[in-house]
Design a protein around this ligand. Structure first.
Ligand code: DC
Length: 227
């Protein structure tokens, strides 16, 4: 049976604007938005709270075995992350948890644990799913794959302003350093590294503001839906 479901896989490095753009595009096209980074962040938070070695498969696997992660959507369609019945959507956004997420996400046990959860969404709904390996591993048959990227300095500038707005104290240099380190970790890990799928459309937003990036993304999706 042919499915009417449409899936857009959006991958790219951290700070390229994937989540903000995907969220808005999902609202525009009436799709469910799945932020897979938030799921890895929730695992990172759980492991950091337990104080385990974030690169140790056995210790992290022990945390996974007693972990209950739920995704809920609030009335505005915003994805909320629930860890053992606690809403941790805000706690997972700190630079410290970003780094924890990047570390645990390099473990095969963690990736296998989250694979089914992510695929389940695309089986049920038309989705825009963003992450690092959505087009390459999670949804290799996605209706459309987009690789969203931008120069590290542009990404650091945006992330720095975002953190400032949230009142999280940090410096531009440390945000840039974090981005470069996470890029390295995300592209060099052995399993499901960040890379552009062969059949992905690349969108570089280094020189674009948010509205321009959004229009460019929507036009890629519209063109693809019509074909
Ligand atoms: O997109 P983000 O910054 O919220 O992601 C947090 C970390 O999770 C990132 O460093 C890499 C990892 N991640 C991943 O390995 N695979 C995904 N599909 C999404 C995120």
């Amino acid at each position: 049976m042919m499915s009417d479901l449409f899936s857009v896989a959006i991958d790219g490095p951290s700070g390229a604007g994937k989540s903000t753009l995907s969220k808005r595009a999902a609202a525009e096209f009436g799709f469910v938005y799945v932020d897979t980074g938030a799921i890895y962040r929730t695992v990172g938070l759980a492991c950091s709270r337990k104080g385990v070695d974030l690169l140790n498969e056995e210790e992290v696997a022990a945390v996974l075995s007693e972990l209950k992660i739920d995704i809920r959507y609030d009335s505005t369609g915003l994805q909320r992350m629930i860890l053992n019945e606690e809403d941790v959507s805000d706690q997972i956004r700190t630079p410290e948890i970003s780094m924890c997420a990047s570390k645990v996400s390099s473990l095969p046990t963690v990736r296998a644990f989250l694979l089914d959860m992510q695929r389940g969404f695309a089986r049920k709904y038309s989705v825009i799913m963003d992450g690092r390996d959505i087009g390459t591993v999670v949804l290799p048959d996605a209706s459309l794959k987009i690789y969203l990227t931008a120069a590290p300095e542009s990404r650091a500038k945006r992330r720095f302003l975002e953190l400032q707005e949230k009142g999280i104290e940090t410096s531009f240099e440390s945000v840039l350093e974090d981005i470069i380190q996470r890029d390295y970790q995300d592209t060099h890990r052995a399993i499901a590294p960040l890379k552009k799928a062969d059949d992905a459309v690349e969108l570089d937003t280094s020189e674009l503001d948010f509205e321009e990036s959004f229009r460019a993304l929507c036009s890629i999706i519209s063109n693809h839906k019509e074909n």
